[in-house]
Write a protein that binds this ligand. Structure first.
Ligand SMILES: Nc1ncnc2c1ncn2[C@@H]1O[C@H](COP(=O)(O)OP(=O)(O)O)[C@@H](O)[C@H]1O
Ligand SMILES: [Mg+2]
Length: 323
């Protein structure tokens, strides 16, 4: 069965521009999106900032009405049957607040259990179970204000599961977490699968989608540009290699010039501490290095390496630009 079913979903915002005349401008946040998620699937919605991920999740969680198109959760329409959907879903939005910092994790969960009318005979066991599931059992009696961001985010996940929803929406759950905290959170998300939950996760990290999701929809400018398994998405770049060139200050117009080259398939740039790294996708492999260096005439360059493409490169190919 499809737990999530979306057909031609669209959402246009009316943004106010200018203070005096109060002109409005239409922003197409979600243009035309269709996909289905089956029971027990961990489905990824991957795309850069502003791609429309949060807007999709807000419509699916009944927080925002679609401009057109339809979305159903377990068969119920998000617009016409919102009250049927709400008890069956849980959600967290990245970097959200909404926990009581002066209370312990346990007391927070007790509070949300009563808010969701969880049977008190059930809630005690459920809270214990959830605290263990998200790895907070040893710290559950401490005030949340002393928690790391990762711990708070894991508590958010427990909070979203308190009423035992069937479908869970995680909007950029690892945003703002340090690498260790993010890894621990991904472990928790992976463990949720044993719960048979259907999960829709959004992220702008390809590796995160790769590590967690069974299928990934890549979205850009409000449209799906690819939808497949991580393995199939990787095949998009199997004939390419990636040459990485460490550079120190690159003039903007150089990117355009590089992209124009017949042997260059795509160029991305990653900002590291002291340097930038140009990642050039090319079917010619390391043979392309001399031509590339010639094009970089006048630019100070450091290390040059050639490597196999990753899923991240497939993502770059699909959405282009900076990572
Ligand atoms: N309330 C709003 N009013 C106007 N424009 C908005 C609003 N919310 C989001 N947008 C715009 O819609 C687009 C998609 O935003 P969003 O769904 O938040 O993307 P993502 O979550 O992928 O970063 C962006 O261009 C964003 O600026
Ligand atoms: Mg977002």
């Amino acid at each position: 069965m499809n737990m999530i079913e979306i057909n031609n979903l669209r959402r246009v915002y009316k943004a106010t521009i200018g203070t005096l005349r109060r002109k409005t401008k239409e922003v197409v946040a979600v243009d035309d999106i269709s996909f289905n998620v089956s029971a027990g699937e961990l489905f990824g919605l991957l795309g850069p900032n502003g791609a429309g991920k949060t807007t999709v999740v807000k419509m699916l969680t009944t927080l925002l009405i679609p401009t057109s198109g339809t979305a159903r959760i377990m068969g119920a329409d998000v617009e016409k049957e919102a009250e049927k959907i709400r008890p069956k879903i849980g959600f967290i939005f990245g970097g959200e607040r909404g926990l009581y910092w002066r209370l312990s994790a346990q007391d927070n969960l007790r509070y949300f259990a009563s808010l969701y009318h969880v049977d008190p005979n059930v809630s005690k066991k459920r809270i214990e179970y959830l605290l263990e599931l998200v790895g907070l059992e040893d710290r559950s009696k401490e005030k949340v204000e002393g928690y790391s961001r990762g711990m708070k985010q894991r508590l958010h996940i427990a909070r979203a599961l308190i009423h035992d929803p069937e479908v869970l929406f995680l909007d950029e759950p690892t945003i703002g977490l340090d690498p260790v905290g993010a890894r621990k959170l991904r472990e928790v998300i992976r463990n949720l699968q044993s719960e048979q939950k259907t999960i829709l996760l959004t992220t702008h990290y390809m590796f995160e989608a790769d590590a967690l999701c069974q299928r990934i929809a890549v979205i850009d400018h409000g449209n799906i540009v690819a939808l497949d398994t991580p393995e199939a998405l990787k095949k998009l770049v199997k004939d390419l290699s990636v040459i990485e060139v460490e550079v120190f200050g690159v003039p903007e117009e150089l990117f355009g010039r590089l992209r124009e080259q017949p042997f260059v398939d795509n160029v991305a740039v990653e900002n590291r501490e002291q340097t930038q790294v140009l990642m050039v996708q090319t079917p010619r492999g390391s043979e392309a290095v001399p031509d590339l260096i010639a094009l970089l005439d006048g630019v100070r360059i450091g290390k040059v390496t050639s490597r196999e493409p990753t899923l991240e490169d497939a993502y770059v190919r699909l959405v282009g630009g900076e990572t």
